[in-house]
Design a protein around this ligand. Structure first.
Ligand SMILES: O=C(O)CCC(=O)C(=O)O
Ligand SMILES: [Fe+2]
Length: 435
């Protein structure tokens, strides 16, 4: 029996994911070549232009490069004496199908998939350092929900606690439960045992505001685990997986919570940066006349992100293939910034059966997904070891907070800050809202 390419377990996307996730041993990244029919070569658009021996390219220095993916040289930490291989020539990139754009701010952008634009090195090193600190010290503050909240009563300023009292133990929430709550939670966890079903929800743009709100009305939040023990602040901040900006996203229902009519304000500097990115794109060149063209003419003036997710990855973390379709406008840009270690980002089509294109995302890169690109499956199967740019080393003159943020990212982390617009401009809440 041959595998059905649409079957998610055997889809081209799943095979590519497995390929990049594979670590032959826990500490040695062995990536075998994948047939090109299953996965195109990795695009590495922000690598320094000089070849074959680029300077100051941490991805190259760590033994990774853009076109082959089997590292010729293991990253320095993992190199075994006498087993070094020649670094070889860095292959030319195959840029077939990747259009280059001259952005209105003078930068270069690349159309890496329909409606998807990669702007290499959008943020210079100082801006990367500042956004890293903001992501850790500000975006984690209440009232922003954190992934850890379900299981721990997180200190109100987690990052400040990490700087000043990293060894303090934080007890899990279930320590506070009485016997009745415990029995109820145990029964609930037994009832939901087994792998989580993959829920494919309909796009919010199809469901509409009322239906999204109705579906969320009965949602009471995730259940706290009964299995966790106390953890130090330093251990806990390494387990932080996401923070939510603006409208609150409910992971279990894959929809935004419209029960509060005023969202948490979206951070202004990030909003301004996203608006500048959208205004810099020559959209007419991205969407060549096509009947389904989105209303990009308006974006330059009225694009305004009102929600976002900050993803915090450690080396072994991955993000499975998904489509972000919970926003009421299905085509407005999603702006995504990468910080810290580089990663392999898989960018597919609206079908998992199509082979995705692997793109190397480095610190400072901005990826824009818009139009039909908003329906594309995407995910992060691999954070690349040893690829932290040198500017994330502590320097004299760094504040204590900046030094702490750099220590955190040096342990193998990558941060992704992304922004989206849930409500199209001029959206009127239905009259039923008023009561
Ligand atoms: O980490 C990334 O680059 C992608 C994150 C993402 O796709 C998401 O948060 O929806
Ligand atoms: Fe996403």
């Amino acid at each position: 029996m041959t595998a059905d390419p649409n079957d998610t377990a055997h889809s081209a996307f799943r095979l590519a994911e497995k390929h990049f996730k594979n670590r032959a041993t826990p500490d040695f990244p062995a990536l075998k070549d994948l047939p090109l029919s299953l996965c195109a070569p990795v695009l590495d658009l922000s690598r320094p232009a000089h070849q074959p021996q680029p300077l100051n390219d941490e991805v190259w220095d760590a033994g990774w490069w853009g076109a082959s993916y089997a590292p010729a040289v293991p990253p320095p930490r993992f190199r075994r004496k006498g087993k070094e291989r020649a670094r070889g020539e860095r292959p030319e990139q195959d840029l077939a199908g990747v259009a280059m754009l001259q952005l209105k701010d003078g930068r270069a952008g690349y159309v890496v998939a329909e409606g998807c634009i990669l702007i290499p090195g959008y943020l210079a090193p100082p801006a990367q350092e500042a956004l890293l600190l903001t992501a850790l010290a500000e975006y984690t503050l209440p009232p922003n929900p954190l992934s850890l909240d379900t299981h721990y009563r997180v200190p109100p300023d987690l990052f400040a606690a990490y700087l000043s009292e990293p060894d303090t133990l934080i007890a899990p929430r279930h320590y506070e439960f009485d016997e009745a709550q415990r029995i109820q939670l145990e029964a609930a966890s037994k009832a939901t045992k087994g792998p989580r079903p993959l829920i494919e929800t309909a796009p919010a743009a199809t469901l509409g505001y009322d239906e999204v709100k109705r579906r969320n009305a009965t949602w009471t939040g995730d259940a706290a685990s009964l299995k966790l023990g106390s953890k130090s602040v330093a251990a806990l901040i390494k387990e932080l997986r996401w923070a939510n900006l603006g409208w609150v996203y409910q992971w279990s229902t894959k929809s935004y919570d419209f029960s509060t009519e005023t969202p948490i304000p979206f951070p202004v500097p990030m909003k301004d940066m996203c608006r500048a990115v959208v205004a810099s794109v020559p959209w007419a060149e991205v969407f060549t006349a096509d009947e389904e063209e989105p209303d990009w003419q308006a974006w330059e003036k009225d694009y305004e992100p009102d929600t976002g997710i900050v993803n915090y990855y450690q080396l072994k973390d991955t993000l499975m293939a998904h489509v972000d379709r919970s926003e009421l406008d299905p085509s407005r840009p999603l702006i995504s910034v990468s910080l810290g270690h580089a990663c392999i980002f898989l960018l597919g089509t609206s079908s998992r059966a199509d082979p995705p294109r692997p793109v190397l995302l480095r610190s400072g890169d901005v990826l824009v997904m818009s139009g039909r690109g908003r329906q594309a499956y995407h995910g992060v199967p691999r954070i690349l070891e040893g690829t932290l740019p040198a500017h994330f080393q502590e320097r004299e003159g760094d504040s204590e907070a900046m030094k702490g943020a750099k220590r955190w990212v040096q342990a193998g982390a990558r941060v992704n800050v992304n922004a989206r617009q849930v409500f199209p401009p001029g959206f009127k809440m239905p009259a039923a809202e008023v009561n």
